[in-house]
Design a protein around this ligand. Structure first.
Ligand code: CO
Length: 171
């Protein structure tokens, strides 16, 4: 299929609880490939199923500049959280807006790969933030629900006092 359409705020699917993936078949492989392609094309760092109209517990994340860090997360669960980080966040489904969001600094996440094998990942910083953001999507939650505050148009393009991670990409 290739690139898929990203739905935006107002689409009912963004507010639904997603169902677990049960079939680890070619269809899932194609979905994951399409989601990565869609995320890279939109210059995002993460994309979740409901953002492309797929109400399943699936997400992709890649916080690297050179697209070398792709994570395919199927049925992901955060099993440990540690510390906190406060910084700016955006979302491909909430275009033109950004907010200040507090997330755990470190997370441990358990997930299945495209073949159904269970994997475990410990990560921190911006990748941990992106994973938390995408997992929220799978429960119908958006960063705007939990943000400390929304950034002004001026702040979106400049410095904010809370910025302890300088990334400005959207997921
Ligand atoms: Co998002």
């Amino acid at each position: 299929m290739g690139k898929r359409k990203i739905v935006t705020l107002g689409d009912d699917g963004l507010r639904k609880m997603c169902k677990p993936v049960e079939k680890f078949d070619l269809r899932l492989a194609v979905l994951l490939k399409d989601m990565a392609e869609t995320m890279y094309d939109a210059e995002g760092v993460g994309l979740a199923g409901p953002q492309v109209g797929m109400l399943r517990r699936v997400a992709v994340v890649d916080v690297t500049e050179d697209h070398s860090g792709l994570l395919e997360l199927v049925n992901p669960v955060i099993t440990e959280r540690e510390g906190s980080q406060t910084g700016r966040e955006g979302c491909l489904s909430v275009p033109g807006r950004q907010g200040v969001v507090t997330r755990p600094m470190k997370v441990k996440v358990e997930f299945q790969n495209r073949k159904g094998q269970w994997m475990e990942l410990e990560t921190e910083g911006f990748e941990a933030r992106a994973i938390c953001h995408e997992l929220d999507h799978l429960d119908g939650k958006l960063y705007i629900d939990i943000m400390d505050r929304e950034l002004t148009e001026e702040e979106i393009h400049g410095h904010i006092p809370e910025d302890d991670d300088p990334e400005e990409k959207e997921s």
